[in-house]
Design a protein around this ligand. Structure first.
Ligand code: FAD
Length: 334
């Protein structure tokens, strides 16, 4: 790994002043934010980025708090282990706790932060191979499109076919989270759903709208009123710890509670591990409203959730997998 300086600013404003003002070829060597380091240090060891300096956020006070009130507010430095273990959070925003506990291993979750999880880079092995000049690294081609694409996107791909690796992202999008971003020009809030960008929107080398001199400072999530309930299910190849081959976050409001047979009043379904962004299944969500909460409904909703999938040569299994996970999650909420 190339040697680097490390700065430990005492405030977010101080941190932002250390960042470059634009992305471009020089950004490869520019200062980078680091939080838990669980993604960035791997990238540096693999020479995917070689920053001259790291701006360590972890000493900044006030960014590691969890507050459960009429909404859930989370600082960007909240560790994933805290999301997983917080009883009130788990009761009110179950999908978030379940997504957090599905991430990596306990050791990684004790270091990894919310902000870092949302801003982590893709795991596509062509991107992660320093010798593969793929389109995500300024090259001209997505090698996964015609290559080894078992783990790549079945929705929203082209010109790059990465999948977004975050487990928290689909759960937070499903629960209508808002992200707060701080930058040189002040703060802005936006729906987390709008934070993530497809490869054909903005820059193919980026996965979100963050500018070079901006940082995520927190996320807030409205409290689901009764009778809403939520869950997060993930399928991974390796049982001990692994990224999602596919995952699903579901939130449902069912008349009389989540009782089987009750009328579904509202629904949110977001898939993970299948697209470059958390993938909203709006058609399935609309279908569910007014239907009885029962197996035939779950089967049709799951079909609609994967409608329009465009699998590559080696990842057709993800269509069946995502379909099965949707049905299982809907049944789970009964
Ligand atoms: C073996 C292994 C298995 C894993 N499995 C999973 C998994 O199953 N599911 C999953 O979701 N993740 C998984 N991960 C990824 C891991 O969850 C993320 O790497 C971790 O959450 C990143 O958090 P961090 O605080 O360590 O981020 P860092 O490594 O510090 O930062 C990651 C990126 O985000 C940027 N960044 C950090 N904080 C901010 C901020 N506040 N604002 C803007 N940019 C910021 C950094 O500049 C960097 O580019 C795995 C990682 C490993 C190494």
């Amino acid at each position: 790994m190339k040697s680097f300086k490390i700065y430990s600013p005492a405030s977010i404003d101080e941190a932002l002043k250390l960042l470059p003002h634009s992305r471009g070829p020089a950004a490869f060597n520019a200062a980078r934010l680091v939080a838990g380091g669980q993604d960035l240090l791997g990238e540096m060891k693999d020479h995917l980025v070689e920053p001259e300096a790291l701006v360590n956020l972890t000493g900044i006070p006030g960014l590691d708090t969890i507050h459960c009130g009429s909404s859930l507010t989370l600082g960007a430095l909240v560790r994933l282990v805290s999301l997983e273990r917080h009883g009130e959070l788990r009761a009110g925003w179950t999908a978030i706790a379940e997504a957090a506990e599905s991430v990596a291993s306990p050791q990684i979750r004790s270091q990894a932060t919310l902000g870092g999880n949302l801003c982590q880079r893709p795991r596509c092995w062509y991107y992660r191979n320093e010798h593969a000049p793929c389109i995500k690294k300024g090259g001209h081609e997505c090698f996964a499109e015609a290559g080894q694409n078992k783990y790549n996107a079945i929705f929203g791909g082209g010109p790059s076919y990465i999948v977004h690796p975050s487990d928290l992202a689909p759960a937070l999008v499903c629960l209508d989270a808002t992200v707060t971003i701080a930058g040189g020009r002040g703060r802005r809030d936006m729906l987390l759903e709008d934070f993530f960008t497809l490869p054909n929107e903005g820059s193919v080398e980026r996965e979100n709208v963050l500018k070079a001199d901006e940082a995520v400072v927190g996320v807030s999530v409205p409290r689901l009123p009764s009778p809403w309930r939520s869950c997060y299910l993930k399928f991974r190849e390796r049982g001990s710890f692994d990224f999602a081959l596919a995952s699903v976050a579901v939130a449902l409001a069912v008349e009389g509670g989540a009782v089987e047979g009750g009328e579904i009043k509202a629904a949110k379904i977001v898939l993970g591990g299948v697209a470059p962004i958390p993938w909203r299944c709006t058609k399935a969500e609309n279908y569910l409203v007014g239907k009885p909460h029962e197996p035939a409904t779950w089967r049709r909703a799951a079909e609609l959730a994967v409608e329009g999938a465009e699998p590559l040569e080696h990842n057709g299994y993800k269509v069946r997998l995502a379909n099965g996970l949707c049905q299982k999650a809907l049944r789970h909420l009964a």
